[in-house]
Design a protein around this ligand. Structure first.
Ligand code: LLP
Length: 454
């Protein structure tokens, strides 16, 4: 049986020792399982930090070459805990939050308010208030009504709120329709395309912000989708945003200072898949921006980007224990081995929600057995509870084996549920041969504590 360890899609700290057991940043998986139980999300700290640094450096370098500054905001929705917010902050990133909960965690980590952004298409008054009280660097407004709500909240506090307006350019990209957020027929942002002879919704919102003394129009924001593996969409969308910025300047004399081009940088989930290379993407986007600046005869703004998945996704794996192993005869004569693990769709909803593909390996040992066609499934009460749709596993895969699924660091724990009242797994960080809990495992007592028994 071959193994893809070390290599993509595993984090850089994953290797196999002489016995064939997988080791994460110096800690054998059997020790992780013994210390923390299974299932467990395992995060390779050095890998997170390296990716955060790589994105920051790649964009700073490429954008400096065209005379523009850039800030990198880590999109906390991918996975946020106090420690992770601290790591990325230490690596020079800012943090993009999308709820009061994410904001609270980032603040607890000591990230200064000025380095935080707040997103959301339906922010509550409490979330807007918390953002203003924290002095966030930007609130990204998503509708005309929100312009008034943020202005009223700022007026009530006697502050001027820095805002960006989220626009949709019609450019959409990414792995799945539900994660492509710049279609026109979806809930996010304001379209740059208006009806003949009328202002576009984006222009209307920008003018509304400029009309409010309680708001400072910092810039324009565009996010085109997620898990994007073809980088060309970023430059096209950025160009559309620069056109809008120039249009606004011609109309009002205000040339906004900042443009955010969102997140969405794709990663490898399977062996052989190729992630977007930050240096390459940064270069392509910066060259397109430099051309746009010449065409429009306007100086470039300061830019920002919001990668989430690309920072934490490849750094994480989920460690499971194999339970039942069941051969199932298929109608075409083949046999599929169903391998049940001790988690499932409650710790990774992405296969069920998006048809996402993952790679799994038996990691407690290296088997010499022939590979067989296998499907890794969870322990939930429905047949769509699939963790890995199709993967070759050794024919002797058996109860008690440790099995790991690669690249689960983003949108795994952050989208986890308590379906069937399973307790959500811990997030364990591994650094230089030692592991520690970042988010502890839920217990049945936690579940019972939420139940009011009324
Ligand atoms: N910025 C904004 C405004 C976003 O809406 C998103 C993701 C990001 C940044 C970060 O995107 P990333 O770099 O992580 O692709 N749950 C889905 C992904 C939803 C993404 C929504 N917005 C998944 O599991 O694939």
């Amino acid at each position: 049986m071959t193994t893809s360890i070390p290599g993509e899609p595993w984090s850089t700290g994953v290797t196999r020792d002489a016995s064939g057991e997988a080791v994460v940043a110096g800690v054998p998986v059997s020790r992780l399982a013994a210390e923390h139980g299974t299932p467990a999300y395992v995060l390779d700290e050095a890998d997170v930090r390296t990716r955060a640094r790589a994105y920051r450096r790649a964009f700073e370098t490429a954008f400096a070459e065209v005379g523009a500054g850039v800030d990198v905001y880590y999109a906390g929705k991918a996975f946020l805990s106090v420690a992770v917010a601290r790591w990325v902050h230490e690596e020079g990133l800012r943090v993009d939050t999308a709820s009061g909960g994410e904001l609270a965690v980032a603040l607890r980590a000591g990230v200064p308010g000025a380095h935080l952004g707040l997103h959301g298409n339906n922010k509550s008054d409490d979330e807007i208030a918390a953002a203003l009280e924290a002095g966030v660097g930007r609130i990204i407004v998503d509708s005309l009504a929100e312009v008034d709500r943020v202005a009223a909240a700022a007026a009530a506090r006697g502050v001027v709120a820095p805002v960006m307006v989220r626009v949709t350019t019609g450019v959409h990209a990414g792995g799945h329709e539900y994660i492509s957020t710049a279609h026109e027929d979806q809930k996010f942002g304001l379209s740059v395309h208006g009806r003949e002879g009328e202002d576009s919704p984006a222009t209307t919102a920008l003018l509304a912000v400029l009309a409010r003394p309680e708001l400072h129009l910092l810039g324009i924001h565009s996010h085109i989708g997620s898990q994007i593996l073809d980088a060309s969409g970023f430059a096209v969308a950025a160009r559309a945003v620069l056109d809008l910025r120039a249009h606004l300047a011609a109309r009002t004399g205000v040339l906004v200072e900042e443009v955010d081009i969102g997140g969405g940088y794709g990663i490898a989930y399977l062996p052989g898949e190729v992630a977007l290379d930050p240096a390459r993407v940064a270069k392509d986007i910066s060259v397109a921006l430099a051309d746009a600046s010449v065409d429009l005869s306007t100086p470039l703004p300061r830019f920002s980007i919001e990668p989430g998945r690309a920072i934490v996704g490849p750094a994480g794996l989920t460690l499971y224990r194999v339970g039942t192993v069941k051969p199932v005869q298929l109608s075409d004569g083949r046999v599929r081995t169903y391998v049940s693990v001790d988690g499932g769709m409650s710790d990774n909803i992405r296969p069920a929600l998006y048809g996402a593909q993952y790679h799994a390996e038996v990691v407690g040992r290296l088997s010499e057995a022939e590979p067989v066609l296998a499907r890794v499934v969870g322990k939930h009460c429905e047949s769509g509870d699939i963790v890995v749709h199709e993967v070759l596993l050794p024919a002797d895969v058996r109860e008690g084996d440790l099995l790991a699924v690669a690249a689960t660091g983003a949108y795994g724990r952050s989208m986890a549920s308590n379906y069937n009242l399973l307790t959500r797994p811990p997030v364990v960080a591994v650094t230089d041969g030692a592991s520690r809990v970042l988010v502890r495992r839920e217990t049945v007592d936690d579940l019972l504590a939420l139940d009011a028994d009324a």
